[in-house]
Write a protein that binds this ligand. Sequence first.
Ligand code: NAD
Ligand code: GLY
Length: 364
Amino acid sequence: MSLDATLKVSIDLDDRSYDIHIASGLLELASAWQGLPRASTALIVTNDTVGPLYAQQLQRSLSAHYPKVLTLSLPDGEAYKTWETLQSIFDVLLQNACDRKTVLFALGGGVVGDITGFAAACYMRGVPFVQVPTTLLAQVDSSVGGKTAINHPIGKNMIGAFYQPERVVCDLHTLQSLPPRELSAGLAEVIKYGPIADMAFFDWIDNNLDALLAREPKALAYAVKRSCEIKAHVVGQDERESGLRAILNFGHTFGHAIEAGLGFGEWLHGEAVGCGMVMAAQLSQRLGLVDTAFTERLTQLIQRAGLPTVGPDLGVEAYLHHMRVDKKAEAGDIRFVLIDPPGSAMVRGAPDVLVAEVIQACCR
Ligand code: NAD
Ligand code: GLY
């Protein structure tokens, strides 16, 4: 297989444009790593779960292109998306006298991708990096679009930068080792693209969900490609989220409240987004923007994907409190991504009384 024979999605951002390559076996494909910035050193940043599975393959492939290939394995988990972990990346770079041409490779899920991207944005004021996402969520969402961040104890992803990778390399084969719960979490972000942008894709997901859950390579390839196309189209118009890009956060406002209210890590991000999409659809319905049939169809699909559709009973006040610290909130006013009509989305506020009704109807 040559790199030209793989599925490719281009993201058009002037001098920050890049390609997303999607196929099985890319980690071992020499041409997948050709044409990247040249350097004396490459640093693979991975974690203690993904490293033992895939770092050697990537190391072998990169050794054909870079004289020195270093690997740093971070502890696994959202809890480690911190300043201390970021510092450990800088420690390795400086201890090895890495210069400003050094290329960083983020091999892992969204946590590794976000922290490595942020390290690349900061080290010597910016070195090139490549996303090598190994979760479905990272392949369809977090590796694309240049949002990089670490968490602050007061809020998730609050410290970060917009910094685009040189390339995204999605090896679909890596999804075969993903725990089922993580696969479902990734499906939440795949499903999200239907209601906000493309109901034909929503129909396709509905018809092919069993194949996706069975990890059939053809189904995964199409789901990743179409998701990346939609995200690339949105990010191409609004890289820094001054407006349109916020629609990618469908389900995330309620989802954020669930994650924060239960304590981060109790539910996976994708699980909270799945349930959050049900709640956002209910709110859209109460505002007269979608009909009951749409809300029911979305709810059933989310449930079939193995995701929760009933939220935890945190109480209306707790939901409102957590939603006010969402990044979309403006001067404390909560803003929701609402569907109007299915296949397109908008960002707006909603009366507290309707939001409270949704919380009461969807949580127990
Ligand atoms: P994750 O990175 O924690 O990965 C989930 C789990 O799967 C981890 O335990 C990981 O080690 C393991 N894993 C990864 N690949 C594997 C594989 N191939 N086989 C077996 N196990 C594997 O979580 P995630 O869902 O990938 O990403 C969530 C993170 O992404 C959050 O921090 C979130 O804030 C961030 N995010 C960022 C963006 C963005 O635009 N930058 C978008 C969405 C989410
Ligand atoms: N995941 C939302 C975004 O990239 O904007």
